[in-house]
Design a protein around this ligand. Structure first.
Ligand SMILES: CC(C)(COP(=O)(O)OP(=O)(O)OC[C@H]1O[C@@H](n2cnc3c(N)ncnc32)[C@H](O)[C@@H]1OP(=O)(O)O)[C@@H](O)C(=O)NCCC(=O)NCCS
Length: 145
């Protein structure tokens, strides 16, 4: 697998991959919103290609203090072949290059099996934390697209 930085020309293909892998596409995933993420994190938003086809994607971000991992996905036809691990290792290397001290990610409780995947890569579940969210403008955020 060849790992590259995501470019916005690949938006449709990547959204197709996210959908195929079961990632829920919400109002934060429109082309404008994804462009905003990309512009702020051009080195952390990665794709993986096998024979030109995009089969893996991960949206890494940095808010100035912590790193985050969003929307990691491997094409179901290519899962369990080590590609998820490879693209995550490439992203972690980018975080390391930027001296980012800690990285967080969020897992839907309905997707618990993926915890083992991250455990394998050295991630820890934070039992002592509770995640809370707030929507500043109800007009902007839509869960169902
Ligand atoms: C999670 C995901 C990215 C893993 O990608 P992958 O390419 O299948 O994973 P890999 O083949 O690199 O697996 C690496 C290791 O984790 C293990 N692993 C992979 N998926 C696993 C799972 N769902 N549960 C438990 N272990 C898993 C593999 O057996 C492998 O172990 P090994 O190194 O001892 O052989 C992929 O299953 C996926 O796209 N899932 C749907 C989207 C998703 O849930 N994304 C995460 C959102 S938080």
């Amino acid at each position: 697998m060849k790992i590259e930085k995501f470019k916005i020309e690949s938006y449709d293909e990547v959204v197709g991959l996210w959908r195929k892998a079961g990632i829920e596409i919400v109002s934060s995933d429109t082309i404008d919103e994804v462009t905003r993420v990309l512009n702020r994190n051009p080195d952390l938003f990665l794709i993986g290609r096998v024979q030109e086809k995009i089969i893996a994607v991960v949206m890494g971000t940095f808010d100035g203090r912590r790193g985050y991992v969003h929307h990691l996905a491997v094409d179901p036809d290519y899962q369990k072949m080590g590609f998820g691990k490879s693209i995550m290792e490439a992203l972690i290397e980018q975080f390391r290059t930027k001296n980012i001290q800690k990285v967080h990610l969020f897992i839907e409780k309905t997707n618990k099996t993926v915890v083992e995947f991250y455990n394998n890569l050295g991630w820890d579940v934070r039992e002592e934390l509770i995640m809370m969210s707030f929507v500043p403008d109800e007009k902007l955020y839509k869960r169902h697209m």
